[in-house]
Ligand binder design. Structure first.
Ligand code: HEM
Length: 414
């Protein structure tokens, strides 16, 4: 095995840290920071495989932009055993373009990118403003405390996905209900799997409905190929619908939930955002950098490649640590400080290169609309539990808060 031919010292190599944090919920774990003195290094994965960790910003960009690093799931060694995947993954299911390389990836990517149009994004902005206001109204009417994840951070992105897929209003309650079960940590695994399967079945039905009767949404656009004549099969369309759900919901929900937590924990930054609505855009960008919810990104070397003077061997899995790269002091001065006035553009929270997030403009709109609206509506918004008691998603590929108990009443002790 050439990947480990020179690794007789593998036993002495550091082990890839799998904890998301040790102490401050927003900072990378100490073990990761300790390994960030070199931009690329060899280490051992939980399954014993020897691979690479990339922590430098420039090195991370180089890996993510280079087609010699594959995204195919079946070539990757997971940094830690994940639910249902003991170290190895099957190939990407149909429509899941995150797990494909060129040229298959390129074909789907073009078709999809062509449908995230300026017109569509503009149309969605108005809907996002309305969903946000509706959620805030419902919170206000229900009392003076809430779980912000359930009341706000999850419904807003879920409704946006409903818009992309053209879910009829009559079905939205059912759609939201299934999404709630999928993310309900208290529900048993069987119920969650069943809800997920139900949601995918529903997307399959939706594809057939849009074929028969297209409406004004992204799924209908994809279902009617128009001039490019590159027709997608029903199975491909349903798979793409499933990918949009998987890629666009949990990520955005956790950016909103964890983002609000970070701002509640930092009164100075919160006050700056409240005082100046023009800071909403820069604040969203800085929160994306600072929180790096989608982390790590994995690639597999298809051949020997040199990155920043380090030879990465064919077959090695490369773990690109987005959180470490986003805290690289050579790229972002004083990186551990949340500073919504800084220019945080260039962070890698949406990835980089051929797989860079297709929904990033949409996610930015969701954040720049939802965060200021929330703080404007509830001037006294605060955590309802001590910060150390906010339950965190410790070991998930998307980091964030499980729930975020908040209060906004003026009197103490409600
Ligand atoms: C890809 C993050 C929201 C759709 C990605 C990737 C990242 C990412 C890091 C690249 C993964 C890789 O290179 O392996 C995020 C974050 C979001 C967000 C942090 C929210 C704050 C969304 C939304 C949508 C979306 C709202 C759509 C509705 C996609 C798709 C891909 C993708 C389709 C696959 C692109 C490809 O493989 O070519 N996202 N995303 N994302 N994202 Fe997002």
């Amino acid at each position: 095995d050439s990947a480990i031919a020179d690794s007789e010292t593998a036993g002495e190599l550091p082990v890839l840290p799998t904890d998301r944090h040790t102490g401050c919920p927003f900072d990378p774990p100490a073990a990761l920071t300790a390994l960030s003195d070199r931009p690329v290094r060899r280490l051992r994965y939980a399954d014993g495989h020897v691979g690479r960790l990339v922590t430098g910003h420039a090195a991370a960009r180089a890996v993510l932009a280079d087609p010699r690093f594959s995204s195919r799931y079946e070539l990757l060694h997971l940094p830690m055993p994940m639910e249902g995947a003991p170290g190895e993954l099957p190939p990407a299911p149909v429509g899941d373009i995150l797990g494909l390389d060129a040229p298959e990836h390129t074909r789907y990517r073009r078709l999809l990118a062509g449908r995230f149009t300026v017109r569509r994004m503009r149309q969605l902005t108005g809907r996002i403003e309305r969903f946000t206001a509706d959620c805030l109204d419902a919170m206000e009417q229900a009392g003076t405390t809430a779980d912000l994840v359930e009341a706000f951070a999850r419904p807003v992105p879920t409704l946006v996905i409903c818009e992309l897929l053209g879910v009829p209003y009559a079905d939205r309650g059912r759609f939201l209900g299934l999404v709630e079960v999928i993310f309900d940590q208290a529900a048993d695994a069987g119920a969650r799997d069943e809800a997920y399967a139900g949601l995918l079945r529903y997307v399959g039905e939706l594809v057939l409905a849009k074929r028969a009767e297209p409406t004004d949404d992204l799924l209908s656009d994809l279902a009617s190929p128009g001039l490019d004549a590159s027709g997608l099969s029903d199975e491909e369309l349903a798979g793409i619908g499933g990918l949009l759900l998987a890629a666009g919901l949990d990520t955005t929900a956790n950016m909103l939930g964890l983002g609000v937590f970070a701002l509640l924990a930092d009164p100075g930054q919160q006050a700056a955002l409240r005082a100046d609505p023009d800071l909403a855009g820069p604040a969203a960008e800085e929160l994306l950098r600072y929180l790096s919810v989608a982390d790590p990104l994995l690639r597999s070397a298809l051949e020997d490649v040199e990155v920043e003077g380090e030879l990465i061997r064919a077959g090695e899995t490369v773990t690109v640590s987005v959180q470490a790269a986003n805290r690289d002091p050579r790229r972002f001065p004083d990186p551990d400080r949340l500073d919504i006035r800084r220019r945080a553009t260039g962070h890698l929270s949406f990835g980089h290169g051929p797989h860079q997030c297709l929904g990033q403009q949409l996610a930015r709109v969701e954040m720049t609309v939802a965060l200021p609206a929330l703080f404007a509506r509830f001037p006294a918004l605060r955590l309802a539990v001590p910060p150390g008691e906010v339950p965190l998603r410790e070991r998930s590929s998307i980091y964030g808060v499980v729930s975020l108990p908040v209060a906004w009443g003026e009197e103490a002790g409600e």
